[in-house]
Design a protein around this ligand. Structure first.
Ligand SMILES: NC(=O)C1=CN([C@@H]2O[C@H](COP(=O)(O)OP(=O)(O)OC[C@H]3O[C@@H](n4cnc5c(N)ncnc54)[C@H](O)[C@@H]3O)[C@@H](O)[C@H]2O)C=CC1
Ligand SMILES: O=C(O)CCC(=O)C(=O)O
Length: 435
């Protein structure tokens, strides 16, 4: 099932549990606005490269739309042979990567429910450019980001739509967007979050999604009479979310027994030295070649023996093909939409407890909210305050979602969906439709 079909399905199940009116349901499902732009840049060698950028703004009933910008070739790109032949005939265009909007649409919708679950005053959006950032130089990435910003600058804004980092982007990408946007609108630090600290970024934002995963895991394990200490973890993805989650879980006594990233996968049943792995990754741009563990097949990492599995890379990785192989008792969704609905069903029958993305990885957008608040106030918080507030939000979120599970006799995914959808539906109805 593709990401959008899966997300729509979960939304509709939640809507049925909540007894939403079918017309309201339809209005909540349709995105507010979908933006698709062509971004052509000169490459360092003088040839041209064209890319497609998207920003899907899903809903703004509860506040400005909010969500990351992803640079990844697999945001679903397709080469269109005819188009490619035409352009290559011009002999100046080297690459056309086309992003399909379906996945971006699904991710934008998930942001709407996520910000509502976190109870922060935002709607949902997501963007992406179909490109492989590892194949572009820093100056090519800068040009691409600036062209994308030029194309969307009048549709984003501090009170309209506030982008942030996601896969393949980071603080530097946000700095370029801020700089380009500010040329049109004046200095506007609050137009993006996840910025470098020197440009108004928040202390603690870098670690926030991983720290949120830690707090979410603690809340869930605590409910099952367990603690992080002594549990065995497998983490897929060792980028922003996966590496911070690994570091913080490890510091709390969790044993990380297997890790994978795009360069490979490793395992050590006695626990991987996470500080050493962080140093190695920094120097080698990936976990491949790390000495302190055995290499394993990256495809088998999700099926490694462990107590807790944290997918923190791509969507749709847990599906009907591999769900039966999973040995973890708990899955904490650090990534967005890592679990297909068919896998959800299989895992539920196996008794695996899944803490869903729209709660489990909401730490990032929650600290993005703190960053936006700090920019608007013009007052910077201490890191301790950021982390403490994040813990409060994650603890409250878990309580709220458990309450919905009780009210609707449902699992944690439907608890989170009913919580988010209900808050957005209420805001929509209170605002009304005008005439
Ligand atoms: N950065 C953030 O604040 C947030 C990110 N997320 C989600 O978390 C996930 C990861 O995002 P980031 O850590 O920010 O991205 P990132 O770009 O920093 O890291 C991505 C990681 O996934 C790995 N990866 C890529 N393809 C893989 C594959 N086929 N198998 C195994 N590993 C693979 C990469 O090597 C890298 O280690 C995404 O689903 C993203 O949407 C969710 C909430 C917030
Ligand atoms: O920090 C943000 O605004 C967005 C983070 C994000 O894209 C996500 O939670 O998936």
């Amino acid at each position: 099932m593709n990401a959008l079909a899966a997300t729509n399905r979960n939304f509709k199940l939640a809507s049925r549990l909540l007894g939403l009116d079918s017309k309201l349901e339809k209005s909540l499902l349709i995105p507010f606005r979908e933006i698709k732009v062509e971004c052509t840049i000169p490459k360092d060698d003088g040839t041209l490269a064209s890319f497609i950028g998207f920003r899907v703004q899903h809903d703004n009933a509860r506040g400005p739309m909010k969500g990351g910008i992803r640079y990844h070739p697999e945001v679903c790109f397709h080469f269109k042979p005819k188009q490619l032949q035409f352009w290559s005939a011009l002999n100046r265009i080297s690459v056309i990567l086309q992003v399909e909007p379906d996945e971006v649409n699904a991710l934008a919708q998930l942001m709407t429910w996520k910000t509502a679950v976190a109870k922060i005053p935002y709607g949902g959006a997501k963007g992406g450019i179909g490109c492989d950032p590892s194949e572009l130089s820093i100056s090519e990435l800068e040009r691409l980001t600036r062209v994308f910003t030029q194309k969307i600058h009048d549709l984003i804004g501090i009170h309209t739509d506030v982008p942030a980092p996601d896969m393949g982007t980071g603080p530097q990408t946000m700095a370029w967007i801020l700089d380009e946007y500010s040329k049109f609108h004046g200095h506007s630090p609050a137009v993006v979050t996840g910025k470098p600290i020197d440009l108004g970024g928040s202390l603690g934002r870098d670690a926030a999604t991983g720290r949120g995963v830690l707090f979410a895991t603690e809340a869930l394990l605590n409910e099952h009479g367990k603690s992080i200490s002594g549990q065995r973890f497998v983490i897929q993805g060792f980028g922003n979310v996966g590496s911070w989650a690994a570091k913080l879980i490890n510091e709390k006594g969790g044993k990380i027994v297997a890790v994978s990233d795009v360069t490979g996968a490793i395992k050590n049943k006695n626990g991987i030295d996470i500080s050493g792995l962080l140093e190695h990754t920094e120097e080698n741009r990936g976990i491949k070649g790390f000495d302190g563990a055995d290499s394993i097949d990256p495809d088998s990492v999700l099926a490694e023996d462990c107590d807790v599995l944290v997918p923190a890379a791509l969507g749709g990785v847990i599906n009907r093909e591999n769900a039966n192989e999973i040995k973890a008792k708990f899955i904490i969704e650090g990534a967005n939409h890592p679990t297909d609905p068919e896998a959800d069903e299989i895992l539920r029958k196996k008794g695996v407890v899944i803490l869903p993305d729209i709660y489990a990885n909401s730490g990032g957008v929650t600290v993005s909210y703190f960053e936006w608040v700090q920019n608007i106030q013009g007052f910077m918080w201490e890191e301790e305050k950021v982390n403490k507030e994040l813990q409060n939000y994650m603890t409250r979120g878990f309580k709220d979602l458990k309450e919905m599970c009780k009210t609707h006799s449902c699992d944690l995914r439907m608890g989170a969906f009913t919580l988010g959808v209900n808050r957005v539906a209420q805001a929509t109805v209170i605002r009304g439709w005008g005439s």
